[in-house]
Design a binder for this molecule. Structure first.
Ligand code: SF4
Length: 136
C-alpha cells in the first residue's frame, strides 16, 4: 500500500500552459515533461516542491500547492535521472534546455548559474552577477 503525506508540490494550471517547455530543465529531478502539448508532473514522488521551475514560466502556469500526495522519493529520482541520461545518450538528444541569468541573460553554457529566490519567484543568477547581488 502506498502511503501519502501532506507536503508542497508543483501545480500546473492547464489553461495557462503553452507547452513551451521552459520548465523542464530547471527541474533537477526530471519530474516535468511536456505531454500532448502541456507540462505535466509525470510522477509525484519525483517532485520535491522546491519550485525552481516557477521562475522560468512566462505565463504564471506554475505554482506550489500544499496537499496530500506520495512522499518525495530520492531513490526514484536517482533511477529516473539515470534512465533519462541513458536515453539522451542513446538518442543523441541534448539532456537539458539551457537556462539564463535573470540579471544579464547569460546562458548556463557560458558560465555557471546558481538558483536564487527573489520577489516570490525561483530563478537563476550567473556567477558574474552574483557578487553585485550580495554587495549591492
Ligand atoms: S514554462 Fe509554463 S507555459 Fe511553459 S511548459 Fe512549463 S508550465 Fe507550460
Amino acid at each position: 500500500m502506498t502511503t501519502t503525506t501532506t507536503r508542497q508540490i508543483v501545480h500546473i494550471e492547464d489553461e495557462l500552459c503553452t507547452g513551451c517547455g521552459l520548465c523542464v530543465s530547471p527541474c533537477a529531478e526530471g519530474a516535468i515533461q511536456i505531454i500532448d502539448g502541456k507540462a505535466r508532473v509525470i510522477r509525484e514522488e519525483l517532485c520535491d516542491g522546491a519550485g525552481f521551475c516557477l521562475g522560468v514560466c512566462p505565463t504564471g502556469a506554475l505554482t506550489i500547492e500544499t496537499r496530500e500526495t506520495v512522499a518525495f522519493d530520492h531513490e526514484a529520482v536517482e533511477e529516473h535521472v539515470a534512465e533519462k541520461l541513458r536515453d539522451a545518450i542513446e538518442s543523441g538528444k541534448p539532456t537539458y534546455i539551457a537556462q539564463t541569468c535573470y540579471v544579464c541573460g547569460s546562458s548556463e553554457d557560458d558560465r555557471p548559474l546558481l538558483p536564487v529566490r527573489t520577489k516570490g519567484t525561483s530563478t537563476w543568477v550567473c556567477t558574474r552577477c552574483l557578487p553585485q547581488l550580495i554587495h549591492g
